[in-house]
Design a protein around this ligand. Structure first.
Ligand code: NAP
Ligand code: GDP
Length: 340
């Protein structure tokens, strides 16, 4: 039976990964800032079988102590300040958690001489590519990060690679494109849209306020992506992988398809911050632009090429964009119905 240590275990990916590893009979230890509440355990009963430790990825002593105690076969470092817009307001904290977090793990594994035993997964993002001249991006595409989140993650990428090259440690960097699910944080554009569509359908919200509708992203399903993380750590030698669907859609398309799930067709009128989305049948305004949701600098388009993952990991995404939207809208409709 293998032992895994997951940081960020109660985040979106942590929960999907825990379920996957439980099915594979792992013993799971998780770092949390706050112990999960009853509501979270009721939603995800398998969390009852996790051994939780409270602590923070920015606290070196905790990270060392836990790795020494657990002696994990696999570490998945998912803990991060993961919101791009928030990273502009918290650049120093973002660096501490997202850049230095993995270094604490790497130093602990090295100092404790666990590097023959412990394999490490570092969670990286397509945001590393940022304003990129090449599409789609793969493992060889140059990085050009555009925000404090991506810049911090880029430091973590190079440190992981450096420990791998210098000390022969097993560290896999997963460069994952946006992946979503019904438990995606409510501040991310996909979940914000599906939750708002559900609230509008149930008559408890009138309008969704959004930022840039023309941004294009390569959106996949979190449940598919955690499988790639696990597969990376089953290899004999560590490598870096882009994990993506290779298909892009705009925020605007995400809005249109989400409303279609509840039988509403959106028609767009106006331009710039005056643009609105109306219900074609009733003429009611359902979507408005609010400049507070624009970023100081944004990345217009990101699309990944996961050919290497398909070849070496035998990984391909299973969930199509339309299916992802359906899962998210249906889940939010149920969620809002229960709240009413
Ligand atoms: P998430 O839902 O925001 O989860 C992040 C987790 O990290 C949360 O459990 C959070 O705990 C924890 N955390 C934050 N700061 C911490 C700290 N200082 N110490 C300990 N724990 C801390 O993110 P996710 O979507 O699961 O993403 C997982 C990882 O993949 C992140 O590193 C993210 O940057 C990266 N990633 C995600 C995507 C994506 O599309 N989802 C794409 C590329 C890369 P609290 O509950 O206490 O806040
Ligand atoms: P990110 O790609 O990791 O930053 O994930 P997000 O879901 O936060 O944002 C994806 C894209 O949607 C970004 O380019 C945002 O500028 C754009 N976007 C447009 N309106 C909104 C909004 O209201 N909230 C968020 N979070 N993003 C928005």
């Amino acid at each position: 039976m293998k032992t895994a240590f997951i940081t960020g275990i109660t985040g979106q990916d942590g929960i999907y990964l825990t379920r996957l590893l439980m099915d594979k009979n792992y013993t799971i230890h998780g770092l949390v800032r706050k112990l999960p509440n009853n509501e979270l355990i009721t939603m995800h009963p398998f969390l009852k079988n996790v051994k939780f430790y409270t602590g923070d990825i920015t606290d070196t002593a905790t990270v060392f102590k836990l790795i020494a105690e657990i002696q994990p076969d696999e570490i998945y470092n998912l803990a991060a300040m993961s919101h791009v817009k928030a990273s502009f307001n918290n650049p120093l904290y973002t660096a501490d958690a997202d850049a230095l977090g993995i270094v604490r793990i790497l130093e602990a594994v090295k100092t404790l001489k666990l590097h023959q035993k412990t394999k490490i997964y570092q969670a990286l993002s397509s945001e590393l590519f940022g304003k990129c001249e090449f599409s789609p991006q793969n493992e060889k595409t140059p990085f050009n990060p555009q925000n404090p989140y991506a810049i911090a993650k880029l430091y973590s990428y190079w440190m992981s690679k450096n420990y791998r090259d210098a000390y022969g440690m097993f560290i896999a960097n997963g460069i994952l494109y946006n992946h979503e699910s019904p438990i995606r944080g409510e501040d991310y554009v996909t979940r914000k849209i599906t939750l708002s569509v559900a609230k509008i359908k149930h008559g408890i919200q009138d309008t969704i306020y959004l930022g840039n509708l023309d941004v294009m992203r390569d959106w996949g399903f979190a449940g598919d992506y955690v499988e790639a993380m696990w597969k990376m750590l089953q290899l004999e030698h560590p490598e870096d992988f882009v994990i993506a669907t290779g298909i892009i859609h705009s925020v605007r398309q995400f809005v249109e398809q989400s409303f279609q799930q509840v039988g509403i067709t959106i028609e767009w009128h106006g331009t710039g911050i005056k643009e609105i989305g109306i219900d074609k049948n009733t003429g009611t305004t359902l979507v408005k632009i609010d400049p507070q949701f624009f970023r100081p600098i944004d990345v217009d388009i990101l699309v990944g090429d996961a050919t290497k993952a398909e070849r070496i990991l035998d990984w391909t995404p299973k969930t199509a964009f339309s299916e992802l939207i359906k899962i998210m809208v249906e889940s939010d409709l149920q969620y809002i119905k229960k709240l009413k």
